[in-house]
Design a protein around this ligand. Structure first.
Ligand code: DGJ
Length: 730
């Protein structure tokens, strides 16, 4: 049955558990409802009949029940009586636009979209509005339904079939007006390099909260994913709307509470300093907005997002276990060193060795050679291909790092193609990590990048590419406005699409100084994303838990690395580093030849464990049981079949004479029997007991005594337990 129903002048969009209802009235698209599923025929009961009898209220007609400021709309423009922040703002010869409803299409498929869309969806609706003031200017509102994941993807397309150019000053991808008058809180993922995905919650009071990134990238400072939750909502209860953007450039979102209690969410590409010309006979598509609703709290909303990413976005297959050279050798890399690792890597179960930065040009530090993507013969006297061949003999795939959008001033590429560089000779140069960005809006630059990356596979035999991006934008904004980022990102996606088509088996890791472009746009074209450069388990457990608000384990790449951690200087146990890295896509980033036998054995065991987990872990159902409130981060991961699971516990800080918490598990079958096992833990109990009474962990070290049964969970310690459904006979 169709997922979209037309009920007189209303549209009823349906997902597995939710529905989204809008009506067309007086040419406006009025938002009526988004939430748990209600019967379609009830839509009339949602139509607002209260008049907002305020001195300042505006009405579109003489109908005093239609107070514009009290209504929800699917999109809004300024100067039409809506005094909230507008989702779309256009300038057409200094005159105001007035879009009225024209028609709808169900089942249409948007063609030639410059912005990524999900791989597939179940149904689509396109509403077309025509501008009464400017002939030929239309606005399309698209809705794509991903039924099983309870996600609705929206985007707008402006089509200018007229003869006059239109300046786009703001064009949000998504707008959600909530008119229930409820109290809400905004949950956002903020941070910086090395401390990405820090969860921050604040009340939505009258006025506007705005977040976003101005750096040209989706950024470590503010991830595009956010949630709006009913005040006091928890991981398991309360209304939660989660939004994300399939976009890798500067973005923004605002949450505005009106004096009348309504809340408006807007999000899309960054609108500050935007003046994007839409020439006659051209169209403009916004990045896709992704939204979901759950009445089962933040956990429910996250799991919807995870299902969406796994089933409709990520290109992910089962990934090889990787060994990355960066923190082992930094720029001091050499074929001999890599081959010296290879035998041990094979013994450890590694399936891919990634040669990180430093292999090309004359790159002995970060001041030089970006753009010269040919091996440095001092370091690879027999060429990288020969390294690939020797690795292949050990069944290890070759991976290579590249930063293809960048250029160093000290490079042959710079000398040959100064005109490709984003630099403005009239301005003082702004340099970041000694490098500049290539102008990906130019076709020849796109060709060059496709060639450079493709060549790693063709000439060197790489099956895996780590794609890095280590500086932010500067000069372009002053001249071209923030619309430049849109063109840049369009160029980037064109490149990634071509690479996907030309090298369908090439696995691409998305990295940007850690998690600087950890977004759905990049995830649409890449196999996994490097979550953060910070691998210290204490920091990392919080980063990974933050990432789980919007992203599944399938895309979240983690590495086992050295202690003390190179980013924090903090020491950590082998167990904590292993347990934490296992909760996602697992890899190693340290010199395994320098490990003692005990550490090597533990890491090899972890690789073997990961190979068992990875068949189900990527798209596991994730439950955040504790998020740091009492000094614990506890997450539970259950396979979609419900057979297997993992319980991860990080104890952040130890105090003497304290007991470990009783852990109430989630998502189990109450009738079934489960075994929970791991270091010093071996419990068999029913799902009902584990969920209601909870899992009792053994005695922990209290500060004075213990025996061989005592757990030693002190500062930054972890416990990773396996959960298995037992096959019980009646
Ligand atoms: C930043 C990345 O996040 C690191 O993993 C590493 O690849 C360096 N760049 C190399 O320059």
């Amino acid at each position: 049955m169709s997922k979209i129903r037309i009920l007189d002048n209303a549209f009823y969009l349906e997902t597995a558990r939710t529905c989204y209802i809008l009506q067309i009235r007086d040419g406006f698209a009025e938002h009526l409802y988004y939430g748990d599923k209600i019967p379609p025929q009830d839509w009339r009961a949602l139509v607002e009949t209260r008049s907002c009898l305020l001195v300042n209220t505006l009405y579109p007609t003489a109908d005093m029940t239609y107070a514009i400021d009290a209504k929800g709309f699917e999109f809004s423009l300024p100067n039409r009586g809506d005094s909230r922040s507008s989702g779309i703002c256009l300038n057409c010869d200094d005159s105001v636009c007035d879009f009225v409803y024209d028609s709808y299409r169900i089942g249409a498929c948007p063609q030639d979209t410059p912005m990524p869309l999900p791989r597939d969806w179940d149904e689509s609706l396109c509403l077309t509005f025509r501008d009464r003031a400017h002939a030929g200017l239309t606005l399309e509102c698209w809705y794509l339904i991903c039924y099983d994941s309870d996600v609705i993807v929206r985007f707008h397309r402006l089509c200018n079939a007229g003869e006059r150019s239109v300046d786009i000053l703001k064009c949000c991808s998504g707008q959600l007006d909530l008119t229930d008058g409820g109290a809400y809180e905004l949950v956002s993922l903020q941070g910086a390099w090395g401390r990405e995905m820090s969860v921050s919650t604040c009340p939505v009071t009258q006025g506007m909260l705005m977040h976003g990134s101005f750096s040209g990238m989706s950024s470590a400072e503010c991830n595009p994913m956010f949630m709006l939750q009913s005040a006091g909502a928890s991981e398991t209860n309360g209304d939660v709307y989660a939004c994300n953007l399939m976009y890798s450039g500067s973005h923004a979102y605002s949450v505005e509470r009106t004096p009348y209690g309504g809340v408006r969410i807007l999000h899309g590409m960054q609108w500050e300093n935007l003046r994007y010309p839409l020439a006659p006979h051209n169209s403009f598509m916004t990045p896709a907005s992704v939204m979901t609703y759950s009445s089962c709290g933040r956990g429910g909303a996250s799991r919807n997002m995870h299902r969406f990413v796994c089933n409709h976005v990520s290109t992910c297959r089962q990934l090889p276990v990787m060994l990355n050279t960066w923190e082992a050798f930094y720029f001091d890399i050499h074929a001999d060193k890599i081959l010296a690792l290879a035998d041990r890597a094979q013994a450890c179960g590694i399936e891919c060795m990634v040669i990180d930065d430093g292999w090309f040009g004359a790159r002995d530090d970060d001041t030089t050679s970006l753009g010269d993507w040919h091996e440095d013969v001092r370091k690879f006297p027999n060429g990288i291909r020969s390294v690939a061949q020797q690795l292949a003999r050990r069944n290890i795939k070759l991976g290579i790092w590249i930063e293809p959008e960048m250029i160093s001033e000290q490079s042959d590429l710079y000398r040959a193609h100064r005109d490709w560089v984003l630099q403005d000779d009239e301005l003082r140069p702004i340099v970041g990590r000694g490098q500049y960005i290539l102008d990906l809006t130019k076709q020849e630059v796109q060709d060059h990048v496709v060639h450079s990356v493709g060549r790693l596979a063709e000439a060197y035999g790489a099956g895996y590419v780590k794609w890095d991006f280590n500086r932010r934008f500067a000069e372009v904004c002053a001249r071209k406005g923030s619309g430049y980022f849109y063109d840049y990102v369009t160029g980037l996606y064109a490149v990634l699409r071509r690479l996907q088509a030309e090298h369908p088996d090439l696995l691409i890791e998305n990295c940007a100084s850690g998690g600087g472009r950890f977004d759905l746009g990049m995830m649409r074209y890449t196999a996994c994303s490097w979550t953060s450069d910070n691998t210290n388990p204490l920091s990392r457990s919080s980063i990974q838990q933050g990432a789980s608000f919007g992203y599944p384990l399938q895309v979240t790449l983690n590495h086992y690395a050295a202690s003390p951690g190179h980013q924090t200087g903090r020491s950590s146990s082998v167990t904590a580093r292993i347990d934490t890295a296992l909760c996602g896509v697992f890899g190693i980033q340290t010199d395994i030849t320098r490990m003692g036998d005990e550490e090597f054995a533990e890491v090899s065991r972890a690789v073997a464990d990961y190979k068992r987990y990875r068949t189900w872990l990527g798209n596991a159902e994730v439950y955040r049981l504790q998020t740091g409130e009492q000094g614990y981060r506890i997450s539970q991961y259950m396979s979609t079949s419900g057979q297997d699971g993992l319980l991860y516990l990080m104890r952040e800080k130890f105090d003497t004479v304290t007991q470990l918490p009783v852990v109430r598990l989630c998502g189990l079958d109450p009738q079934a029997q489960y075994r929970v096992s791991g270091p010093k833990v071996n419990v068999s109990a029913s799902g009902a007991t584990l969920m209601r009474a909870g899992l009792r962990l053994p005695q922990n070290f209290t500060g004075v005594q213990g025996d061989e049964r005592t757990l030693m969970l002190t500062d930054s310690s972890t416990l990773l337990l396996e959960i298995h459904k037992e096959n019980t006979q009646e």
